[in-house]
Write a protein that binds this ligand. Structure first.
Ligand SMILES: Nc1nc2c(ncn2[C@@H]2O[C@H](COP(=O)(O)OP(=O)(O)OP(=O)(O)O)[C@@H](O)[C@H]2O)c(=O)[nH]1
Length: 762
């Protein structure tokens, strides 16, 4: 089948068909259109995706003018059964209402296309339609896309309300043993479409209630464009206590590295290996009792935040190092915020207690005044006095960690599929990509096929921290793994799959998904965000904020002022405050919490830091006038607020005449058309019509057809005449009034009172 451009209405739509061997290279046309559809078989679509042709196409365009792209169809090369919005390709550009809003199509064996159901714009152009229109078979194809949505063909897409979100920013939780039926419910997709996907990846199911492996579920979910969150069950046949995984944090020069070095030297492996020369990113300390502690040996917040930002909840306990002579410093507070935000318990190590100027008691008071509830003051945070230099107090610290671990009742399943995270990844010239991982549950074994982030491979060798080859890695054991094809990132998850083919598939699915998400984020920056048309009461959303200011008093004042902007729709959540300039750690924390950074009376951050913030899509707002700051934050809040949906009358028409079109077997039932004149505003094809008789509402229904001089039109303005059909209404009377209702999103407002006080009004 060759390439057809079926239909083009200026600046509205293009429908393009490509077959398996074709591509879209010619499409200069696209730059003149707002909507375009590509119809092709799944195979062809894959091919386009693989060659990234669609990407190139978009690059040459002003993407913000696109409203939707319909991706592939299911069917063989020459039989395009019907077109639907393909969340698999450019979900960000797809409004899933694409089905039926502008047309459903069916291919013919001859390579043609039949239009089953089309919008006015399509019908109006049917003279251009080369393959003729066939009898509508709507019901067969019209689906409900979500429980609260009307059938797609009747969906009300109001003005001022942007198209519904694509699936791409939807995240569903998946688990081992999930059924297709459950996945269908969570993704909002039909069982049959998911079944098609699984058949395509060679998975044959007896029924939709058959338990599936998590990687198959992830594959299917990614194919329909949703993000997944893997839920790992703690259940298993063998649950055993596991060692805690500990991260060391604290202010610069307070002795984090020295403390880790001192602890490392107490590790058995270090003694056995004559001191570990190679940095693995983690090591294990074994106590005389046999209990062990795993330390992540990259000190600082950056590693911690980077892992957390990637969803890797590896750290169980944070050791907060505070120098006894220096006391609580800005980065001490930052570290506390990081740990608090991650809900990870803290153990304080007051270091440098050997120093003459050491004053541990003062440090404790400082920490308490910063809100840390120390054990000796009736709280539950243990404080240990140590000296990394003299290696004193280390036993106490290790014991405190074990006690904390015991209280946390850290347990893991050791049998079954491994769940692990990458701590560090590096490229070795001879051995290829090497990763240090920590297993959270299950056991990693040599020879297993794994997917790590978007990379895949087969475990060729596992080495323990002393560099010895081992067959398996159990929970909390840091090991180095060899055999990956590419280099993943810290914080990536390690997943065991049963075959190389599965590993390849999952890896490519993840690569594609992350590319889609990246593109979507980029597009969201270019275009305003889309809103679901719904009547639901908006949920309150959180807006995390980090506040930095010149002095403590200002920090407090800014924080208090920001809290006055809380409203029923958006809650300003101050996740961290600090005195001084914006630091890398602030940026890391902002990334981990999806926060914006507010700076008051401070210098702009260095260019490299600003660039890092921009790259991570972190908003940095700097001001010296509090009102300007609040105004900026107020605008952000308004942007973030879901808003409330309201119905309003867009226009009104009077019925002047009534026409009856007799139905037949082929044409369908009889239809009553109201010949109207629009007397107020406008009436729109996508609107809900309210029929009033003598001032009383007698019916409300969706508009089935809107014509002007026999042409289907999207809307008709005041002063013009039109023919209007309302779904399921056959009893128009001359003099009836028809109101067109539209839904609008009402965003909160930023209000400044005469006294200068500001607030957000919903
Ligand atoms: N007297 C004394 N000095 C210490 C102790 N621990 C660390 N130091 C010294 O403090 C300085 C900083 O120690 P580091 O371990 O590099 O501190 P850090 O927190 O890792 O520093 P950054 O990596 O720069 O954040 C070094 O000169 C150490 O020798 C201690 O217990 N007592």
């Amino acid at each position: 089948m060759s390439h057809y451009s079926l239909l083009q209405t200026p600046t509205t739509s293009i429908i393009t068909i490509v077959n398996d061997n074709n591509n879209i290279k010619h499409n200069r046309l696209f730059s003149h259109t707002k909507i375009y559809y590509i119809i092709c078989s799944r195979m062809a679509w894959r091919e386009l995706g693989r060659k990234r042709i669609y990407m190139n196409t978009f690059r040459t365009l002003n993407t913000s003018s696109f409203r939707r792209v319909v991706g592939s169809s299911y069917g063989s090369t020459y039989t395009t059964q019907f077109v639907y919005a393909s969340a698999r390709c450019m979900p960000d550009l797809i409004s899933h209402s694409s089905i039926g809003v502008d047309g459903l199509f069916s291919g013919t064996k001859e390579g043609g296309i039949r239009c089953f159901h089309a919008s006015p714009a399509v019908w109006a152009r049917r003279g251009d339609e080369p393959f003729g229109l066939k009898t509508p078979k709507k019901e067969k194809y019209i689906r409900r896309e979500g429980r609260n949505q009307p059938p797609v063909e009747a969906r009300y897409v109001p003005r001022n309300v942007k198209a519904p979100k694509s699936n791409s920013d939807k995240t569903v939780e998946i688990f081992e043993g999930m059924t297709l039926d459950e996945l269908a419910k969570r993704t909002g997709k039909s069982v049959s479409s998911l079944q098609d996907i699984l058949t395509n990846v060679g998975e044959k199911l007896e029924s939709e209630f058959e338990p599936l492996s998590m990687d198959i579920v992830e594959l299917a979910a990614m194919e329909v464009g949703v993000n997944v969150k893997r839920l790992h069950s703690a259940e298993g046949t063998e649950i055993v206590p596991r060692p805690p995984v500990v991260t060391v944090m604290g202010h610069v020069d307070h002795g984090k590295t020295s403390l880790l070095d001192a602890l490392r030297q107490t590790s058995v492996a270090a003694r056995e290996a004559g001191g570990i020369t190679q940095h693995l990113g983690a090591f294990v300390v074994v106590m005389p009792s046999g209990a062990s502690i795993t330390f992540l040996d990259t000190p600082g917040h950056a590693a911690f935040s980077a892992m957390r930002a990637r969803g890797a909840a590896v750290t169980d306990i944070v050791v907060l190092v505070v120098a006894a002579d220096d006391g609580v410093m800005p980065q001490t507070l930052e570290a506390m915020s990081h740990a608090k935000a991650a809900k990870v318990p803290i153990i304080v190590a007051i270091n440098k207690c050997d120093k003459p100027g050491a004053n541990p008691e003062k440090v404790k008071l400082q920490l308490a005044s910063e809100g840390l509830l120390l054990e000796e003051m009736g709280g539950d945070v243990q404080v240990i006095e140590v000296s990394a230099l003299q290696k004193s107090g280390l036993d106490n610290l290790e014991e405190a960690l074990l006690l904390q671990a015991e209280m946390m009742d850290l347990k893991a399943r050791i049998d079954g599929p491994a769940q692990a995270y990458v701590v560090e990844a590096r490229l070795d010239k001879g051995r290829g990509p090497l990763i240090t991982t920590i297993v959270k549950a299950g056991t990693l074994t040599c020879g297993q096929h794994v997917v790590v982030g978007s990379e895949w491979g087969r475990i060729r060798a596992i080495k323990d921290m002393a560099g010895r080859l081992t067959e398996r890695a159990t929970p909390a054991m840091p090991v180095e793994i060899e055999g990956l094809r590419g280099l993943p990132m810290s914080g990536d998850d390690v997943i065991v799959v049963h075959s190389e083919e599965r590993a390849r598939m999952l890896s490519s699915g993840r690569t594609r998904k992350s590319e889609e998400n990246r593109l979507r984020r980029k597009l969201n920056e270019d275009t305003p965000s889309t809103l679901e048309s719904s009547e639901e009461v908006p949920q309150r959303v959180e807006m995390p904020v980090i506040v930095k200011a010149d002095v403590q008093g200002t920090v407090q004042a800014v924080t208090d002022a920001l809290r006055t902007l809380n409203s029923s729709q958006v809650l300003v959540n101050v996740v961290h405050v600090g005195v001084g300039p914006i630091s890398q750690s602030d940026v890391d924390l902002a990334q981990a919490c999806d926060a914006c950074i507010v700076g008051f009376n401070i210098k702009s951050p260095p260019i490299a830091l600003s660039q890092a913030a921009t790259r991570a899509s972190i908003k940095v707002i700097l001001h010296r006038v509090i009102y300007h700051l609040l105004e900026d934050i107020g605008n952000l809040i308004i942007e973030k607020a879901p808003g409330t949906f309201e119905t309003q009358v867009a226009g009104q028409a009077e019925v002047l005449n009534i026409f009856e079109v007799k139905g037949s077997k082929t044409k369908g039932p009889d239809v009553k058309i109201a010949g109207c004149r629009v007397v107020e505003g406008f009436v729109a094809r996508t609107g809900t019509m309210r029929l009033l008789r003598s001032g009383e509402v007698v019916f409300e229904g969706l508009c089935a057809s809107l014509k002007r001089e026999k042409q289907d039109v999207d809307s008709v303005k005041k002063g013009n005449e039109c023919g209007l059909v309302i779904n399921d209404w056959y009893d128009f009377k001359i003099g009836d009034v028809i109101q067109c209702l539209e839904q609008v999103v009402r965003k909160p407002k930023f209000i400044k009172s005469e006294s200068g006080a500001v607030r957000i009004e919903c």
